[in-house]
Design a protein around this ligand. Structure first.
Ligand code: SAM
Length: 216
């Protein structure tokens, strides 16, 4: 063991992806259909999805808030990690995404565990009850992350699990001139999260970097 980490390269990522449970045929089909429908392929990768499922199983979460549904991939994979009676509340602003996700959630094996809320997360989250969830996954517009974090700190109870995607800003975290307009918001959010004393957290270098934390 050492304080100096092993430098993780693209080769390591490929290696771990090949040794992690991948998508089953229904998720592969969902992704193909989403691409064909013109929905961007910006869902979490299967290794990150597996990691999130393991965290959810370990935490025993029953109620999960999923901010940013897209095609329903994260909602379905997280719902599969919940015990009977568990529920993922997934929030989506764009009608085309919500319509697609609703149809694929309905025909998934976890339709009874997912509730889709169509609309702006900035308006929907404030309607959720305090201490009503055990975990959250933030993966919508990055400029909203600060607000979503504030709301989820109210909604998710003590000991609850926080997961926040894109800590590496689409690979542009250290870029001199980032091309993605959301990169500055990610950088600002990372500083907020690092100083958030109510959550014990760490950035896990899976996918585009995923914040993982526990509300203390
Ligand atoms: C990166 S995708 C989510 C991917 C999804 N979590 C997955 O891994 O399968 C982000 C989604 O957030 C949605 N979104 C953006 N701003 C939003 C808002 N203010 N409220 C709700 N959803 C929003 C986008 O339309 C998009 O579908």
């Amino acid at each position: 063991m050492s304080d100096s980490p092993t430098l993780v390269t693209a080769q390591h990522f490929q290696y771990l992806m090949e040794r992690t449970r991948g998508d089953d045929p229904s998720l592969k089909e969902l992704k193909q259909a989403a691409k064909a429908a013109g929905i961007p392929s910006i869902w979490v990768n299967p290794a990150q999805a597996s990691f999130m499922q393991i965290l959810l199983k370990l935490s025993g979460a029953m109620e999960v808030v999923d901010v940013g549904t897209l095609a329903g991939y994260s909602a379905i994979t997280m719902a599969r990690a919940l015990p009977k009676g568990g529920r993922v509340c997934t929030l989506e602003l764009v009608k085309k995404h919500a319509d697609f996700a609703r149809a694929w959630i309905e025909k998934s094996d976890v339709a009874d565990k997912i509730e889709l809320f169509e609309g702006n997360a900035r308006e929907i989250l404030p309607t959720f009850e305090t201490n009503s969830a055990d975990a959250c996954f933030l993966d919508a517009d990055k400029s909203g992350y600060e607000f979503y974090l504030k709301e989820c700190l109210r909604i998710v109870g003590k000991g609850g699990l926080f997961m926040v995607d894109n800590a590496f800003a689409f690979g542009e975290l250290f870029a001199d001139k980032p091309t993605d307009p959301e990169t500055p918001a990610v950088r600002r959010f990372n500083e907020i999260m690092a100083k958030e004393h109510r959550i014990h957290s760490v950035i896990v270098p899976l996918g585009d970097g995923c914040w993982v934390g526990i509300k203390e």
